[in-house]
Design a binder for this molecule. Structure first.
Ligand code: AGP
Length: 369
């Protein structure tokens, strides 16, 4: 087992550090920005269905559902198709309105999640086309779907999903770019520029990992808190949900993720000097709005820890701690911004003496409903 961990103390840490490579592996052979090439083998026979779909329905559970939320923003922005993101456990029992014009994307690391499998069977019975985005080759979901793309992240052993999440977003980003280009909603020059941006992500994740020591220091300061809030807007809203899930599942600290603007509609009542609020405040189209949300937290004496873009000065001036990540196109920011949050949860859990790779009550794949 020590050999399998490759010198890391836990699988989770190894898997966090594998991300520059796992994302590159996921893009390899599929994307070549220089030549403008973007090929997803699994889509070939279903491109017509995908392109002419009246709606995309994404179904998944847990972290995979968070990847689906990122995809909702991607598909809507680049391909202008309506998207719904559904918890598989709700979708399967809800008698959903679904038919032949719907293109369903089922996302799953393990490919064995019972609720996701049942959602697929239901959508299939209504005539929809089902596309799988899975990590485990030959698992049940790829066998149950019409077509799919593997994430090629390699085996993920830690119960807390890390590299599978970023690989899922990478596949979904490629799908959104391809769809936007084919549907003509993404002009060629912008499409090529975005391919370059996506290709640069593994290098940016590598740079984000360099903040590990600084993150450890922050973890030391917050390891004993009882509650935490995670806030982000736009593409970074699902990152806030994912940051909160990572913290609660491995450190057993109660954490909530919210869209930053929703804070005013309830969570703001929780804020006092005891409450750490983790903001994802990268330079994007909602940056100024996030800055004012940070000011609102500071005015109530909350502690602010913010993930910011390198060179940021505005948030740095008001936050208690900042963690810098390289600048990216906002659509791909989740791939980089989630990394410090993964590291932070990892260190907090280790400092609290928790079993990071196998947290209590959780299984790597949930094969019962
Ligand atoms: C993630 O850290 C969790 N352990 C969990 O939410 C997981 O993402 C969920 O059970 C879905 O699993 P799947 O991707 O294998 O379908």
């Amino acid at each position: 087992e020590a050999i399998e961990k490759g010198g890391y103390e836990h699988f989770m840490m190894k898997e966090i550090y594998e991300q520059p490579k796992s994302i590159a592996d996921c893009l390899r052979g599929r994307l070549d920005a220089k030549s403008g090439r973007l090929v997803l083998g699994g889509l070939r026979d279903y491109m017509n269905k995908f392109q002419n779909a009246e709606r995309i329905i994404i179904t998944a559970c847990g972290t995979s559902w968070h990847a689906g939320l990122v995809a909702e923003y991607l598909f809507e922005e680049f391909a202008r198709v309506p998207v719904e993101v559904e918890y598989a456990s709700e979708f399967r029992y809800r008698n959903p309105v679904i038919g032949e014009k719907d293109f369903v994307i089922a996302i799953s690391q393990s490919g064995e999640t019972a609720d996701t499998l049942a959602a697929i069977e239901l959508a299939k019975s209504k005539g929809a086309t089902i596309f799988g985005v899975c990590n485990v080759v030959g698992s049940s979901i790829p066998r149950a779907t019409h077509a799919g793309s593997y994430t090629h992240a390699g085996p993920e052993i830690g119960v807390a999903s890390t590299k599978a999440f970023t690989a899922q977003i990478s596949v979904l980003a490629m799908m959104a770019l391809k769809l936007g280009y084919q549907r003509g909603t993404l002009p060629e020059s912008r499409y090529i520029q975005l391919l370059h941006e996506l290709e640069a992500i593994p290098g940016k994740v590598e740079r984000a990992l360099k903040s590990n020591e600084a993150i450890k220091y922050i973890a030391e300061e917050y390891k004993d808190v009882r509650n935490a809030l995670y806030l982000g807007r736009g593409y970074n809203f699902p990152v806030a949900l994912e940051g909160a899930l990572k913290l609660k599942e491995i450190s057993y600290i109660h954490a909530e993720g919210y869209p930053a603007a929703e804070m005013k509609h309830g969570p703001i009542a929780l804020i006092d000097e005891e409450m750490p609020v983790f903001f994802i405040a990268t330079k994007d189209s909602s940056y100024e709005k996030v800055v004012s949300n940070i000011q609102e937290v500071k005015a109530r004496k909350g502690k602010v820890i913010a993930v910011v873009t390198e060179g940021d000065t505005q948030v740095k001036a008001i936050a208690d701690h900042v963690i810098e990540i390289p600048e990216t196109h906002e659509a791909f920011a989740p791939l980089v911004a989630v990394v410090p949050l993964q590291l932070l949860s990892y260190h907090i859990a280790v400092m609290r003496g928790c079993n990071v790779d196998q947290p209590r009550n959780l299984a790597k794949s949930v094969t019962v409903e």
